[in-house]
Design a protein around this ligand. Sequence first.
Ligand code: RM4
Ligand code: MN
Ligand code: MN
Length: 444
Amino acid sequence: MRVSFKLHEYKLRIKYILTMIINPNKLISDSKEISNHNEQFDHLANRLSKQNIEVKPLLDKLAAFQVAIPSWALGAGGTRFGRYSYFGEPATLEQKLEDVGVLHSLTKTAGAVSLHIPWDIPEDYKAIKELAQQLDLKFDAVNSNTFQDAAGAKHSYKFGSLSNTSKDARQQAIAHNKEVIQIGEKLGSKSITVWLADGSSFPGQHNFQTALSHTQDSLKEIYKSLGEDWKLFIEYKPYEPYFYSTVIQDWGTSLMLANECGEKAYTLVDLGHHLPNTNIEQIVSTLMFKGKLGGFHFNDSKYGDDDITVGSIKPYALFLIFNELVYGMANNPQNPELSWMIDASHNLKDPLEDLIQSLESIQITYAKALLVDQERLKQAQQHHDVSLCQEILQEAYLTDVRPLVRQARVQSNAPIDPLKTYRNLGVREELIKERGKNTVATGL
Ligand code: RM4
Ligand code: MN
Ligand code: MN
């Protein structure tokens, strides 16, 4: 049951959250922490200036890097065997925005939210937009969902949605995506992400060509509804929920479909959607070279789409991927600005703590990639100095950039240590007091 939305109550609550978090006395850590930070930052800034690296542009880039939080990441996720509640979960879209507002106040790098439809259909658009504005949040890509049957749906997606052999099921899935675009338009979103679960679990179940051709036609149909300044992001994934074949299994298939649709269609890379050991950095590089990388989902993976905290399993791989992203952002004007999103859902950690850690890890890795001496690397590559190439990457990777990340945050009026602040303020305890223990967030 959705709780009805009373704006004045939320305003009070936000005011409370914001004063709680933004109050500099509470926020800005104790004087010892500040002096430690200043010392470490000066030390690093000094070292970088000796390497002729300007610190100010680095800080500006870090402060400008904003990552969207998906509306389904704020509650406890489940596994296919069960779901354990995390107390004080947001029960409504308004409460989810409020949680993202908390994250953004603490980190100043989570200035957007990505809605999943139908999990989070706004009831009162004006009020929701006003709320987002107060929390300094934008609406990033909207996500459609044809991997579950909506309540009361006429046609089932059990055997596929955009690829289904049944025309009625396909039409229903197309109509849903069109509706998602309309919802996004009302919120000020500029893109839709389509992740298709469609696939087969048994050899012979699908005619591959038929499934692909239906998918292509359906996507083209959805594409027709895109506004002038809108983008369509096509996600890929090799397996799961089906285990023999997935219709859009890899970046090549996604790129082919995007090209088929037109210039407003792009590939979306989700880090967890690759088979182990895939060279994701090369995929990123190829797509940016072709001007076709539109969106990017952060998480980490040990085996598959594990949705583990980004940077917690393969930090060096993440650095190499960021290195290509940074290179592409500097050298590929043909590629649009990317839509960044954290795509992870947890069942063990406090979701807000996990998101704080994710944002931190993204900033740290981005900062390291920004330190790569691209000029020297180019020279070393030219001279086939393989050892030096590796040294240059390692030099950047092994630099402890945390003082830079902290400084960028402090300059945006956020705390030195967001996780510690979150705990010290007792945010979760406050949320439990307000929302109760047994709320359940919509989502996975
Ligand atoms: C999928 C995919 C999509 C996300 C859903 C919830 O595995 O990563 O991006 O919308 O999960
Ligand atoms: Mn994803
Ligand atoms: Mn995924």
